[in-house]
Structures are given as structure tokens and as C-alpha cells.
Design a protein around this ligand. Sequence first.
Ligand SMILES: Nc1ncnc2c1ncn2[C@@H]1O[C@H](COP(=O)(O)OP(=O)(O)OP(=O)(O)O)[C@@H](O)[C@H]1O
Ligand SMILES: [Mg+2]
Length: 482
Amino acid sequence: MFSRYKKTSAGPAPNAKKPDAPVELPKTKPVEEAPKTSLRKPLPKAVAQSTMADKERKRKDRLAEIKLDLHRSLLDNLNLAALDQATESDLRAEISSIASEVLEERSIVLNREDRSTLTQELYDEVRGLGPLETLLQDETVNDILVNGPQQIFVERDGKLQLTDVTFKDEKHLLRIIDKIVSAVGRRVDESNPYVDARLLDGSRFNAMVPPVAVDGSLVSIRKFKKDKLGIDDLVNFGAFNEEMAAYLQAAVSTRLNVIVSGGTGSGKTTTLNALSSFIDNAERILTIEDTAELQLQQIHVGRMESRPPNVEGKGEVSPRDCLKNALRMRPDRIIVGETRGEEVIDMLQAMNTGHDGSMTTIHANNPRDGISRLENMVAMAGIEMPLKAVRSQIASAVNLMVQASRLQDGSRRMTSITEITGMEGDVISMQEVFRFQRTGLTPENKIIGHFTGTGVRSNFSERFRLWGYDLPPAIYEPVAAE
Ligand SMILES: Nc1ncnc2c1ncn2[C@@H]1O[C@H](COP(=O)(O)OP(=O)(O)OP(=O)(O)O)[C@@H](O)[C@H]1O
Ligand SMILES: [Mg+2]
């Protein structure tokens, strides 16, 4: 226990001098200690520190109380059945007038700004998703992550930030979760503690409720971007460079089979969507996803969404079911949002049997890991095949691995483009053609680096040339750091 070292006013410390003993003065001034230098960097301040000033917090608490009160009055006074038909302006006017009445009744005076925030929040509560609504409307927010009612983080520019948005309590949070999942005919409770859903605006939604979620419900929302990032946007953002874009155009147009690999939230789906923009308009494309996120610009696109089993455990349509069916639907290309299970078998088969130019994503931290992930998925699908056979199946199916990464400074970059060139003995041989070369870190912890060719010419150069994509050999040359 450290308490014996603590200065206390109540009684002397156990080995302190007796009060009547003469007080010894130090003979010399203590030598000032030189500041200790440490090899370690100072620890970052706790992230979960709310910046809200006390006054602001009190004001917010008061508003929350009033809001709760008003919400009850609203529910008592509004004709809920008529609510669905009410236009936005009617409902706003109604809410505003009930609010005024209640405020007047209780002699509460609010300034104009507070009053308009209040009616907006009440409107969101009645029509929308309560406190989440403002974050959903905020264009700069990519992800919304709720850890129980009092803590909501958002991701902006690749960085997580704590917001001052909160739910009143767990019951409030559960009510909003329930509103979302019941709208898509699902249920979440103690016996079904987690659920996936899609919000009306297309955002991907996942929730897990107590007791599995220990400190209150956990919610993750990947916001749907209406304007998906295109190739030019990604080049402008520094996700990859012009040379890589030209290479990728050649690869997709000449129907190489591509796997985008990356960690969670690293930009896999965004990359897949951007790559698909190189597909010719004349082709028939079928897409298969758990939650439809891809937005292909082509004319001829058939979209499929797999479905988990319902509450009675029936009605499941797995990605594999969709994929099997897709093969009977005369596709030119198949795009699978994410391969994570037994559908890998059909994906590899499709890539091997004439559906060239198919694409998918997998969770892996580098291209080599990506290949191991594929091997594992095949093994877990219960296919009894010698490893060498599995590998040669993969080597002939997959032509290209594109690695997406979210780096420590929050930036998302294509860190590697790697070609699969065949088998050498029992091993799949690969060659990296482009990579992101890190060279340092700025004092603000921004990563310094550049994209470069590796000096290895593409194995598909001849194919590119024959298809009319004659890329200059110079694009593969290594680039020196500036
Ligand atoms: N290069 C980029 N620059 C800036 N933002 C990006 C970039 N790439 C992706 N994003 C944004 O990052 C978020 C995550 O991207 P995306 O959904 O593509 O990731 P993911 O790897 O598919 O995630 P998950 O593993 O959850 O499926 C999205 O909001 C997207 O708009
Ligand atoms: Mg994704």
C-alpha cells in the first residue's frame, strides 16, 4: 500500500520524527536534479477526455431533462397513428407548438438557439434515430461507434474522436436500436444479442446488446457515402499514384482476377468499387454482398444481398447460395463484396472457369497472409484436398493482390500491388510490382513516404499490350525518395 507515503494531516506518519525532537535544517541546498531523459516518448493523453466545459455540460443536462419531459408530453399529445402520414413541416410545426406550450406551462425560458436545438432533437427522436441523427447527417463522419449510452465515438479523416453526443440511458439506446432493427423485420434481445441491418440511407449497422455487451449496447455504423470515392479522388487523396492507376486500369480491363486484401476499415470496399469503374459498359456484372455497399456505374449490373437466418433460424441465403446461383445467371464478371467462408470454393472455381475479371476482398494484413487466408478458408470449408492442390488452384485463379491499409496516422493507402506468377515447388510465387515506401515520420506523426515501382516488370505486360494497354516500362522503375 502506498498510503504510508501519503502526506496526511491526521497524525504523524509511522516513522516520522516525534514532534518534540529538534527540527534539523538541511545543511546544504539540495542539488537540483537534472531532468531525467527517457528513451520513451511521453504517453498520449487519455483519448476519452471530454472537452466540454462544466458550464456547457450543465446546460446540456438541463436541456436533456427538459427534452425528456417534453418527449413524454409529445407522446401523450401526438396522434402517433397519424404521424406516418404527417409531412416534415407539419410535424415540425406540431412539435414546436407542443414544446412552446409545455415550456410556458413550466415557466422555462430558453434562448432561440436552445429552443431550435430542442425541437430538432425532439423531431429526430420522433422521426429519426435520436442522438445518432446529427452524426448521420454529418458528412465528415465515416464511422459511428457507440460504446454504451454515454460514449459515442466517430471516425473523421481516419482518426477516432469522442463526441459529446450521448443517450439518456441504456433504455434510450435500446429503444433506438430496436427502432432500426424492427424496421428491417429483425429482433434483438437477450436471446438474440447481436444483429446486422442496413439503415434507410444504406449505412451498414451492427449492434450487440447486454448482457453479451458488458457495459451497455455496442453499435457500429459504417456510413453510406452517396458519392463513392472514384479513381481520381483516390489518386488526389494520395491513396495510390497515377502509374498505379494506369496499371490497375490495364489489369481490370484485361480481365485479371483481383483480390483486394486489407484490415478492417482499411478501404477494401472503396478500392473494389473504384476498380470496378474500369469495367466495360458492355459487360454483365453480378455483385454479391452481405450489405449492399458497392455502387457500380455500369448499365448492366445485377445486385444480390445475402441474408442471415430469421428468428426461427430459417430463410438463410448465404453468400455461397448467391454465388452458386449467380453462376447460372450468365455473368461476365462476378464481384463478391467480401469472401470470408465456404464461398471461397465457388469463387476460386468461378475465377478458374471462364469468369475472368472477377473480384473480391479478404481480411489480411499483407498479400502473403491473404493467400494463407484463402488456404485456411478452403480447409475450413471441409474440402479434403492436399495443400499443394489447394495452392495450385489459388495460383491459377488469382492474378493480383491489391493491399489496402489504414496507416497509423489515419491515412488509407494502397501499400502493395502484387502479382501471383504461379507455383515454385509447393509454394505460390508472387512478385510485388508497386509499393508504398515509408521513409519517416513528421513531428506531427504524419507518415512520410512515396509510391514506387519495384523495378520488376509486370508478368502481364504482354497481355496488356495485346489488349491495347501498352504501359511504358518506365512506370515499373523504382522512384528515389525526394
Ligand atoms: N483513400 C481513402 N481516403 C479517405 N477515406 C477513405 C479512403 N478509402 C476509404 N475511405 C473511407 O474509409 C471508410 C472505410 O472504407 P471501406 O468501407 O472501404 O473499408 P473496408 O476495408 O471495406 O471496411 P470493412 O472491413 O469494415 O468492410 C469509408 O468511410 C471510406 O469512405
Ligand atoms: Mg468493406
